[in-house]
Ligand binder design. Structure first.
Ligand code: SAM
Length: 228
């Protein structure tokens, strides 16, 4: 049986009891290196295989085929079904159980005390999300919708903020931003930017959740009602 388990944003504080139970029962664990300490702690007697980001599909397929009668556990950061390895396993058509974890987006929203029930989510690790980035920014600015973005090495926070700045000027919006980096880890950093227009350089790690909160210039509505 194969189980995909989310281990949360990083710190053990955000592990669920269910995740610990799954790790304790594992025969084999496939894990990203950043969760190695947690995996060793709770699944110390299992065989531990490090995930190779360039061969995720191959590794998962091999374990599923070679060990159909073992408890094979595949570790995901955050929640497996938000830009995590859960989608890869489902796409491969492998029979599995998925155990949710606390997503970095949940922790970011909690940190900055904003709700995520009216937010658009994007992950800049996903090709199709990257191609939607411009459209989503424009739509969100026009309609005053919040966006939660998982940034990546190729699309770090400062890249998205400078893009958002350009559109904010175009649509006469002001945009508040929160850059939540390395949440729950020793080097956690949360930057609150009241208006991205007045910020020149944003120094933040790519391992961040960026929350953008547009705020339309009310006077604009007098002239451009059709935008809404
Ligand atoms: C491949 S995605 C995995 C997301 C994960 N499945 C989740 O639900 O959080 C990796 C991205 O998640 C975000 N992320 C993961 N852990 C984080 C943390 N501790 N602090 C801030 N962002 C984090 C970053 O945007 C990172 O680039």
């Amino acid at each position: 049986m194969l189980t995909v388990v989310g281990l949360g944003p990083g710190s053990e504080d955000y592990l669920t009891l269910k995740a610990i139970t799954v790790l304790k029962r594992a025969d084999i664990v496939l894990t990203p290196s950043r969760y190695l300490n947690v995996v060793r702690k709770y699944a110390g007697n299992s065989d531990i295989v490090l995930l190779d980001p360039r061969n995720v599909r191959g590794q998962v397929l091999e374990l599923a085929r070679e060990y159909p009668d073992s408890n094979v556990v595949v570790v995901s950061s955050g929640d497996p079904l938000f830009s995590g390895i859960g989608k890869t396993v489902l796409d491969l058509g492998i029979e599995c159980e998925i155990v949710p974890g606390i997503s970095s987006i949940q922790l970011a929203c909690a940190k900055v005390r904003t709700s995520w029930d009216n937010m658009i989510f994007l992950s800049l690790h996903e090709r199709e999300h990257i191609s939607h980035l411009n459209n989503v920014l424009v739509k969100a600015l026009k309609r005053n919708i919040k966006i939660g973005i998982l940034t990546s090495p190729d699309y770090p926070p400062h890249y998205v903020i400078s893009l958002a700045k350009t559109y904010a000027n175009m649509y006469r919006s002001s945009v508040r931003a929160f850059v939540c980096s390395n949440l729950s880890l020793e080097n956690e950093q949360v930057l609150a930017l009241d208006n991205i227009d007045s910020v020149d350089i944003v120094r933040a790690d790519w391992n961040s959740v960026l929350i953008l909160e547009p705020c339309i210039d009310k006077h604009r509505l007098l002239y451009e009602p059709t935008l809404l």
